[in-house]
Design a protein around this ligand. Structure first.
Ligand SMILES: Nc1ncnc2c1ncn2[C@@H]1O[C@H](COP(=O)(O)OP(=O)(O)OP(=O)(O)O)[C@@H](O)[C@H]1O
Ligand SMILES: [Mg+2]
Length: 428
């Protein structure tokens, strides 16, 4: 039944839906009054479940909101000026929701930072400093941050909402085609170049922080949040079998050793992510996080050609430079990485790089390092001049430059031969 009586605190289905909705704060008094009058007039059903379905159908509430109301949960659906619409996912630092700014009628992604992190004042202060820098970022390959705020114990970041999937989610379907991934990695490198220019090091580049939009554009996620992760590193290592696994697998050796990092650390992490995304395997495999971490700090990655034998040698060279142990042996800037990756898919020429087939993927049709691959962009047609005998070359060159003149010369010669033949015939 839908009335305005107070909800019971239990988690069972409420007897009335409207009090729970009212307590949540997601609808205005006017909207609630409208629903109530529709229920009383019989336009809307009395039954709570049916009423919930109807409100979703009429786009007044989302399924996520109604599911919570049906569990008698009204709290947590309004954060600051934002109404929570749906849950997008969760990670080591908190939960991400799709939310709606009511006054501005803008849909955003809202990340609520885990309370354990928020309780560390030093970390929060560092985070707030970093957010000032993040607010300046404006690049097509970076998820924009609109706001970062704290209400009570809840620390949250408001970001541009990007419909799509993270490359981490995409990887669950299997490795990505090499050429596609090279394009995505090039875009990510451009986003990183912009962040590095503004003095921000990401510190947590991994497949789940590369968002693939429906327009095939890559956006780097969670810029500025790396400081939270670093500050929480001790706790992360302590629970190494859980949260930390994903993080350690993309971390640069200098970051793993707790040294100072710069943009080159992100380039290493990008290399680890690309390796994982095209092969489905980690560059430093091992049974436990500690074993994998040990290999990363002391050894070399499993060569790309060992796990992806058909991958082009030019790609292996780029990967080797991304995954170089010493930062000085890596690409020095993200812009250089973007350039090197873009060069891999440019059309092949005699002295140029080997390009990468669009279908190159592990276990499928892929491009051997020494075989020419179909060019992704239009072929360049080059004129090749045949070898002519010396006596014919002047005429051939004239035909190339002035075909009309050449035709006249040939006709003249033929006429002379013809006339000469007739005269000779008459004389004989
Ligand atoms: N701005 C956004 N727009 C759309 N979806 C987003 C956005 N930010 C995050 N998501 C979604 O939320 C999911 C969870 O993100 P989150 O950053 O919490 O997870 P994670 O990257 O695995 O972990 P963490 O970054 O905390 O280590 C992402 O995989 C993505 O699908
Ligand atoms: Mg993330």
């Amino acid at each position: 039944m839908a009335t305005f009586e107070k909800p019971k605190p239990s988690e069972g289905i409420p007897a009335d839906l409207l009090p729970v909705i009212r307590a949540s704060g997601v609808l205005t008094d006017r909207q609630l009054a409208d629903i109530k009058s529709k229920v009383l007039s019989g336009e809307y059903p009395f039954d709570v479940k049916e009423l919930g379905e109807r409100l979703v159908h009429d786009k007044i509430l989302t399924e996520y909101q109604v599911n919570r109301f049906l569990k008698n949960k009204s709290h947590g659906l309004v954060v600051g000026r934002y109404a929570i619409l749906d849950r997008l996912g969760s990670g080591s630092m908190g939960r991400v929701y799709k939310a709606h700014h009511v006054l501005m009628d803008r849909v955003v992604a809202l990340k609520i930072i885990a309370p354990e992190i928020v309780s560390n004042e030093r970390v929060v202060a560092r985070f707030q400093r970093e957010m000032k820098l993040v607010g300046r970022l404006d690049h097509p390959n970076v998820v924009r941050a609109f706001d970062a705020d704290q209400t009570g114990n809840v620390l949250y970041i408001v970001m541009e909402y990007i419909p799509g999937v993270s490359l981490g989610q995409r990887l669950r379907k299997g490795p990505l085609p090499v050429a596609e991934m090279i394009d995505y990695a090039g875009q990510a490198a451009l986003g990183l170049a912009h962040a590095h220019e503004q003095g921000i090091v990401h510190r947590d580049i991994k497949p789940s922080n590369l968002l693939l939009g429906e327009d095939k554009r890559i956006k780097v996620l969670d810029l500025g949040l790396g400081v939270l992760m670093e500050a929480d590193l001790e706790a992360t290592f302590a629970t190494a079998d859980g949260i930390a696994v994903g993080t350690i697998d993309y971390m640069s050796p200098e970051q793993a050793c707790g040294k100072d990092v710069d943009g080159r650390s992100d380039l290493y992490s990008l290399g680890c992510a690309v390796y994982h995304l095209i092969t489905g395997r980690l560059p430093f495999p091992g049974e436990s996080p500690i074993e994998r971490l040990g290999k990363r700090i002391s050894g070399k990655p499993v060569p790309l050609a060992d796990v992806l034998p058909d991958s082009p040698a030019s790609l292996s060279r780029v990967m080797d430079r991304l995954l170089a142990h010493k930062p000085s042996d890596r690409f020095q800037t993200a812009a250089e990485v973007a350039e090197a990756l873009q060069a891999l898919t440019r059309p092949r020429n005699k002295s140029g790089p080997v390009n990468v087939s669009k279908s190159a993927v592990i276990g499928q049709d892929s491009t051997p390092s020494d075989a020419p691959a179909p060019a992704p962009s239009p072929a360049v047609v080059k004129m090749v001049r045949p070898e002519y005998p010396d006596w014919f070359r002047p005429l051939a060159e004239l035909a190339e430059k002035k075909p009309g003149h050449a035709l006249a010369v040939v006709s003249g010669i033929l006429t002379l031969v013809f006339v000469f033949g007739i005269v000779l015939g008459k004389l004989l």
